[in-house]
Design a protein around this ligand. Structure first.
Ligand code: 13P
Ligand code: SF4
Length: 318
């Protein structure tokens, strides 16, 4: 079978942006895009958002086709919420270390160690893991969700140990953590962050809760992508040190024009710590998926129904 993402069949004379907009209208498609996508994709989006905003929008759209510029678990979430719609992901190999390192069978074994646990899964998980959960959360609603968990049951939180630890500290709830982590956020360098703070003492440090605790303890503000955007738009500071995937800087510069932003190097010394999975989507692959209506997200109906319940509960609880 031909690889649906091969760009060889694209006429080089085409204006891809114009073609994408034309096909979007023709197919009655909506383009949902995460802040970690390339800027040229962000600029074409009907909805640009973090995981929570995009899940909410996916739950509400009346478009016939959802094109998800993000990673697989995000498109899968859109499909769970819209079983009758065509959901397209420009590059189906766009995975996520959190989701990929929490396989269904291992997670089932982990849960079997506890007596009737209440399971909270981060949206960065597979449909199979969601189907084993009581409720889903994102970094944008994690505190509200954890606070509402029953107090008479063991609470298991998966798959991000750093987000789970942050939520446990903030809410005072005891959580059993699956030992997963985001390969992007866990490698920011504490030393480089401290050096940057010394060079720019005027800057406010904003960080995503997927980062390690030793990095988060140097942050002035910890929050989801949307929360960080709101914070920098409202803050009087002239400069910001941003400890998250740098794709978000595109929107930060729009919301706080004229201000200065510094990115933090990772352990390897690179200050452009981008998510390799998110960046698999390109303008060419977006055009191809609209043109050819593949790659489409599919899943067995029984799995979809089981995964839909905790997702719907998340939308109700937040
Ligand atoms: P949010 O979009 O919830 O901020 O999560 C960040 C992330 O890593 C998405 O994969
Ligand atoms: Fe997954 Fe991390 Fe990439 Fe988000 S940034 S998609 S959590 S690997």
């Amino acid at each position: 079978m031909t690889d649906p993402t091969t760009t060889d069949t694209i006429d080089p004379s085409l204006d891809l942006r114009a073609e994408i907009l034309r096909l979007k209208r023709e197919r009655n498609a909506i383009l949902l895009c995460h802040y970690y996508q390339d800027e040229e994709l962000q600029d074409l989006a009907d909805e640009l958002g973090d995981s929570l905003a995009l899940a909410r929008r996916a739950a509400q759209t009346d478009a016939d086709v959802i094109v998800f510029c993000g990673v697989h678990f995000m498109a899968e979430t859109a499909k769970i919420l819209n079983p009758d719609k065509l959901v397209l992901l420009p590059d189906p190999k766009a995975g996520c270390s959190l989701s990929d390192r929490c396989p269904e069978s291992d997670f089932r074994g982990f849960l079997a160690r506890y007596d009737d646990p209440f399971v909270i899964s981060y949206v960065n998980s597979s449909a199979a893991v969601k189907a084993m959960s009581d409720v889903i959360c994102t970094s944008g609603n994690v505190l509200r969700i954890v606070e509402r968990a029953p107090s008479d049951r063991t609470i298991v939180f998966a798959p991000d140990q750093h987000l789970g630890r942050f939520a446990a500290q903030k809410t005072g709830r005891e959580l059993v953590l699956w030992p997963g982590s985001c390969e992007v956020h866990e490698i920011f360098s504490e030393k480089a962050l401290v050096q940057l703070k010394c060079r720019h003492p005027e800057a406010l440090v904003v960080a995503h809760p997927e980062c390690q605790e030793r990095v988060l303890r140097h942050a002035d503000f910890i929050g989801s992508t949307q929360a960080m955007l709101a914070k920098i738009a409202a803050a009087p500071h002239e400069a910001f040190i941003v400890v998250t995937e740098p794709g978000v800087l595109h929107e930060m510069r729009k919301r706080a024009p004229g201000k200065r932003f510094f990115t933090v190097p990772n352990e390897a010394g690179c200050a452009c710590n981008t998510c390799p999975h998110m960046r698999l989507n390109t303008l060419e692959k977006l055009y191809l998926c609209l043109r050819d209506r593949v790659p489409a997200i599919e899943m067995p109906p029984a799995l979809r129904e089981r995964a839909a319940k905790p997702l719907q509960r998340m939308l109700e609880w937040s």
